[in-house]
Design a protein around this ligand. Structure first.
Ligand code: XLS
Ligand code: NI
Ligand code: NI
Length: 433
């Protein structure tokens, strides 16, 4: 036991009228909604990097947090894992997620990094034996170290490609060993700062080859989880190849991997790409590549990926509406890819941020479920497309231009515009949130 979270007990559900900061108002893990418990629907995960590895820096200043586990030593990494599992227990979260660099000390070589990772993975495995918290996904940090400054898979230097491939292998092994349900690839620096020095065609081929190797290795080791790509349009690079869901789908099609890889969609990344979260989720569902979500929010004024905890129920409700329409999570879940503000120094801030976020998500999911079960929104949507369900409408999808032209002439087809009823639908949604 560390004494980091001393005096903070396990968070319990106390209902919407509770005055207790350390209680859930909406997240009752065992509450049944649409045939599943809230815990099964939401599949919450804590992100190791933001909560335990991030030091509070910003572009103008360094570390603001003072955690007893900061430093690059194995015993400190173990202390960090102890504190992490204490927090998982306090929150009662079913999952966590990590990068290699979050959990192990940084070594001077690939071999040392691998040894460090193996040692800490053994330690974490031991902790998982007595914890209910499982691994939602693992990933490799191929963006922080200076060797990755020009990309990992897409680096102009083949040695960086090789170093990255070897690192991914160790992270897939670690994820597999810990029973992870997904493996994530976020192409942090897979993109460019300037097109002037970039061979985009070659870099795309390198990224495609890396992904193919990841899929092959998944089968080789018998990993039954999902491989997920996390789209993001820019930041840290000026342009990133995994721009958004549509771009990733085109990439997967190009390399014949659209049935092998799904997407992990992040709220803040969707906003950076000029979309809404629900847009990205809806498109992934339609393309059959929906996998998991990184839940957070951006500050809409700053134009950055600020990774704040979600706190807007109507927004979250529309996102979960799309998740429910996709049939809910399978291997995926709700990972809080969210960090404290750098002035939130206290241990209790780490707990309260998650408590609030879990409540916002639970309230959002319950609103979404009501909206879906009532069916009014879907009735409106169906009514709008009803013409396509008639014989006349269906035939237009198989006629050619000549046949359609004849029909337009012979049947005197003269379409009359109808209202899209947007405001009415917005009012309808507001009744649920
Ligand atoms: C950064 C990404 C990152 C991924 C995992 O913007 O969201 O945190 O989720 O590498
Ligand atoms: Ni992000
Ligand atoms: Ni993310």
């Amino acid at each position: 036991m560390t004494d980091f979270f001393k005096n903070i007990g396990k968070i319990k559900y106390e209902g919407p009228n509770s005055e207790n900061d350390y209680a859930f108002r909406h997240y009752n893990p065992s509450e049944i909604v649409m045939g599943k418990t809230l815990e099964e629907h939401l599949r919450f995960a804590v992100a190791y990097w933001h909560s335990f590895a991030w030091e509070g820096g910003d572009p103008f200043g360094g570390k603001t947090f003072d955690r007893p586990w900061f430093g690059s030593k194995m015993d400190l990494s173990k202390l960090k894992a102890d504190a992490a599992f204490e927090m998982f227990e306090i929150l009662g979260v079913p999952f966590f997620c990590f990068h290699d660099a979050d959990v192990r000390p940084e070594g001077d070589s690939f071999a040392e990094n691998s040894r460090n990772l193996e040692e800490i993975v053994d330690y974490i495995e031991g902790k998982m034996e007595t914890s209910k918290t499982k691994l939602l996904w693992g990933t490799a940090n191929l963006f922080s170290h200076r060797r990755f400054m020009a990309g990992a898979a897409t680096n102009p230097d083949p040695d960086v490609f090789a170093f990255s491939a070897a690192t991914i292998k160790t992270c897939m092994d670690a994820t597999h060993k810990l029973g992870g349900q997904n493996y994530v690839l976020w192409g942090g620096r897979e993109g460019y700062e300037t097109l002037l020095n970039t061979d985009m065609g070659r870099e795309r081929q390198q990224a495609g080859r890396m992904l193919q190797m990841v899929v092959d290795y998944k089968y080789k080791i018998g990993f039954t989880g999902s491989i997920l790509i996390e789209p993001k349009p820019q930041e840290p690079m000026k342009h990133q190849y995994d721009y958004d869901v549509a771009t990733v789908y085109g990439f997967l099609k190009d390399f014949g991997l659209e049935n092998e890889v799904q997407v992990n969609i992040e709220q803040g990344h969707a906003i950076l790409a000029g979309h809404s979260f629900e847009h990205e989720l809806a498109l992934a569902r339609e393309l059959n590549i929906f996998g998991s979500i990184d839940m957070n929010r951006n500050d809409y004024q700053s134009g950055w990926d600020t990774d704040q905890f979600p706190n807007n129920v109507p927004e979250v409700a529309l996102a979960y509406y799309e998740v429910l329409r996709a049939g809910g999570f399978k291997t995926g879940g709700t990972n809080f890819d969210a960090k404290l503000r750098r002035q939130s120094l206290a241990a209790e801030d780490l707990i309260l941020s998650h408590v609030g976020a879990m409540d916002v998500c639970a309230a959002g999911l319950k609103s979404a479920a009501k909206m879906l079960q009532d069916g009014k929104l879907e009735e409106e949507r169906e009514a709008r497309y009803a013409g396509w369900e008639t014989n006349k409408g269906r035939a237009f999808m198989s006629d050619d231009l000549t046949a359609i032209t004849e029909k337009v002439l012979n049947e005197n087809i003269n379409p009359q515009p109808r209202s899209g009823r947007q405001e009415r639908l917005e009012n309808l949604v507001n009744r649920y949130v």
